[in-house]
Design a protein around this ligand. Structure first.
Ligand SMILES: [Zn+2]
Length: 469
């Protein structure tokens, strides 16, 4: 199994540290609104990584955090629930958007059954312990408005900027206390922020003094990943915009002082999703949520197919045309899966052998740095091979293809293509009788009515074939 590692900038052979279980941490969403499709694309790639690791024979331990306290969640919760206590309002808002996010992940085909979701607000003790440690080793300092990480102190012992190779000024003590981080320069960042009026807060005792406040953003990921996965853990995932400063700061927090030198062994970063070739931006009004796609009649799996068509290290491009094309590919696959209900099963080991060979290549593409476009190509080949003659299909070989697609790509085609019900079957056979007797007007009428009910008929040399439209 090979994966690109942002730490080395190369595609390296991966194996878990313990040889068996890949311990993965994925930066989760800030839960104050519906996730946009750019965010979701990042979790599709993380899910593909899990599936490829399983295919390579490894087990998975996977943690995703919810950032459920920060400037945005606080602001939004106060707007939405002014009548509630700040901590209560925050919880009410964030729990709602956590659920929306989890539902989105399931709809886009991610396997979340064994993911451990953790909340910043439920990890306050771990966060405070880590901050105490950083103060003890001199990598943090107390200021009027909170506690800050001291980058200059860290750099006297360790190298800052392993991931981003960012240039740093030789001496600096610029500080930043809001959560909208500067992308250009490294600054001391808040580990703990003193409570401002009306904000949710937790007690923090340091050396006999209590500082009521809340954690900064970066520190929560350091605390929660190491608490749940140990250090070093195997793989940290996220989108490229998290490289700096977020992941850089996570590394610094977790390697300062007498902590282990390595935080995560691998960093796997996916490129952005563009919309109509441009970066998504609030000002451009090109933010879409999954619900926007569904409202236009697309399925969340159409979106998954669109994402899988791009390699995770190249930007993928969302447009309505591209989404329509992705839907076309998925529909074509589904139509072939549906042939298992309407053809006689042919006992043919030769078909199974050819299919297996193509799927081995698809699996190898996934294990070679998650090359999803290449894997899809091999599956296309297997699908066109199996369906070239509908009168001669080994159902076992057909199932082998779609089991592979379900398990390794998260496109659940077998379960989404059940047999049609008896009423529809009756209508199809009546239509065939009318057609055979020359009553084309009546047979066309039945075909149109079936189409309106979502069933498309196609007359082939092997007889009539139906597919869901
Ligand atoms: Zn994070």
């Amino acid at each position: 199994m090979k994966i690109h590692n942002t730490l080395t900038k190369t595609v390296d052979e991966f194996a878990p540290l313990d040889g068996q279980t890949a311990r993965i941490y994925t930066c989760g969403p800030t839960v104050y609104n519906d996730a946009h499709i750019g965010n979701l694309s990042s979790y599709i790639y993380a899910d593909i990584l899990r599936r490829a690791l399983r295919l390579a024979g490894f087990e998975i331990r996977h943690v995703i955090n919810f950032t459920d306290v920060d400037d945005k969640t606080i602001r939004r919760s106060r707007e939405q629930y002014p009548e509630l206590e700040p901590n209560e309002a925050l919880q009410k808002l964030t729990r709602h958007y956590e659920q929306v996010f989890r539902n989105d992940l399931v709809s886009i085909g991610n396997d979340i059954s064994d993911i451990k979701f953790v909340r910043a607000t439920e990890s306050i003790d771990d966060i405070q312990n880590l901050i105490r440690k950083l103060l003890d080793v001199g990598a943090a300092y107390v200021a009027d408005d909170g506690i800050y990480f001291d980058i200059a102190a860290y750099r006297r012992e360790r190298k800052y900027g392993q991931l981003s190779k960012i240039d740093l000024p030789s001496e600096m003590r610029a500080r930043i206390d809001n959560d909208e981080y500067d992308k250009e320069s490294a600054q001391d960042f808040a580990l703990w922020k003193k409570q401002k009026p009306g904000e949710p807060a937790w007690d923090f005792e340091i050396a006999g003094n209590t500082t009521r406040g809340r954690p900064g953003w970066h520190i929560e990921c350091s605390a929660m990943s190491v608490k749940n996965l140990g250090q070093p853990f195997d793989i940290h995932t996220g989108a490229v915009d998290l490289i700096f400063p977020h992941h850089e700061n996570e590394i610094a927090q977790s390697t300062a002082g007498d902590q282990p030198e390595t935080y995560a062994r691998w960093f796997v970063h996916n490129e952005h999703l563009l919309v109509d070739g441009a970066k998504m931006a609030k000002s451009k009004n090109n933010f879409y949520t999954l619900n926007d796609l569904v409202k236009k009649g697309f399925s969340p799996l159409d979106f998954r197919m669109l994402i899988l068509q791009s390699h995770f290290q190249s930007p993928s491009n969302f447009s309505w045309d591209n989404l329509t094309a992705a839907r076309g590919r998925l529909k074509a696959w589904q139509a072939v899966a549906e042939l298992r209900w309407q053809t006689t099963d042919v006992d043919d080991d030769g078909q199974q052998e050819i299919v297996r060979g193509l799927l081995v290549r698809a699996g190898a593409a996934l294990m070679e740095n998650l090359n999803t476009p290449e894997a899809l190509k091999h599956i296309d080949e297997a699908i066109s091979f199996i369906s070239k003659d509908p009168s001669n299909i080994s159902h076992e070989a057909l199932r082998t293809i779609f089991d592979f697609v379900d398990r390794n790509l998260g496109l659940s085609i077998l379960s989404s293509t059940p047999d049609i019900d008896d009423n529809i079957k009756d209508m199809i056979s009546i239509r065939q009788t009318e057609r055979a007797s020359g009553d084309y007007a009546r047979s066309d009428e039945i075909r149109d009515s079936l189409r309106e009910n979502g069933i498309e008929l196609r007359d082939t040399s092997a007889g009539v074939i139906w597919a869901r439209n």
